[in-house]
Design a protein around this ligand. Sequence first.
Ligand code: GTP
Ligand code: MG
Length: 423
Amino acid sequence: GSKSMRGGRPQGDALRRFGDAKKRMGDIFVDLEGYVAELVDSFVQLSADYDFVETSQVQEAQHNRNSITVIQTMLKRDHMKVVFFGRTSNGKSTVINAMLHSRVLPAGMGHTTSCFLQVEASPDDETFIMTENTKDRISIEKLNALAHASDHDNKAKGSASMGEDSLVRIFWPKNDSKLLQNDVVLLDSPGVDVSPEFDSWIDKHCLDADVFVLVCNAEATLTQAEKSFFNRVSSKLSKPNIFILNNRWDASAAEPEEMEQVREQHMTQFRRFLVQDLQVCTGEEAKDRIFFVSAREVLNSRAKKIQQSPSTMLAEGHLLRAQDFHNFEQQFETCISKSAIRTKFEGHIRRGREIMLNLQKIVESVHADALREKETRSLLHRSKLSELRQSQSSFLQFETKSRENADRLRAEVHVKVSADFHD
Ligand code: GTP
Ligand code: MG
């Protein structure tokens, strides 16, 4: 197909940029780890033979080496995260399914999703789920029961700790999904009208989110619950990336005369919401943040395994809606990879630099101590020499003296003996 170019790169590559950056960072930290390991080894040896490497310095170098290992582990786990919010039945789960090209999440009329459902790449192409409480793999067949059960449990126990804000992770094979292949994690939520626990939702699930998608019902206006939720989000996070999907736009096909007018209304309302109320983007940027789509149509055309019934005949204007969904996905991909690279990797780079500066300080101080030691040794050496020289001269003096003494002695003896002889 024809890929649009931006900044000289095909836009389809946007997602891969995160993986590329991650790989490059990984390589750098492997190198760093190698250097630091070498340094620690030589410190350990030096400290055994000399006084100028202190145990505390060896420990600190070792500590810095451990920090590098911690960053490496974090880096491996880093991903891009998108969370979906909106009123019950607006189509949040259907949007996620459409983006994944398959019916991963349960969707349907009425209140369907009753806790947080996170879709992520399976480590081994097996499909399974996991709850927060256990590390056991649970069969995907239990998903429907589980997503509802936690709600019932909650009501039965009357506790607020388990329930809407609990998390079920769905591990899905990544071969069919570009998003899952590129470390994107998608989080579905219960309707914002279901629970007023916004703060705990945000604290628990949203602080590491790169992108928020507000799924609206194009047939209605924005509700107070949706507004309050995103007000909380933008007050807790600095400048969150928010996309707005006017979903169920297929309904507009039934009223073609009013369609343009309704579209303008929504556009004005949402632009004001993003630019003035939330202050998360400019008016110019807002046009790349608001879309008019039909998730159900997109899902039906993408998840081909399900036989289409005649009742899902495509309504007037479906191509435009499909195109707008595609536009949304492109903007979304560029936005999420940019944001994730900045927020996730900049921290590691900063820590890496701190560690190197730390190590540099230790090396410099050891070097200075070693030089000082060399200096004192050569001073010591010099003073030993002069001592030696001194003792040498005193030895000579002693020798002369003793020779003189001996001579005198001999002379005296001679005198004495000759005197005796003459006596
Ligand atoms: P909860 O999980 O209950 O909060 O709802 P949700 O927001 O996840 O909605 P869901 O995806 O379950 O969709 C609700 C119903 O709306 C389902 O029957 C969908 O098939 C239908 N639906 C979703 N998107 C569209 C759309 O674009 N057009 C139309 N006509 N129906 C849609
Ligand atoms: Mg749902």
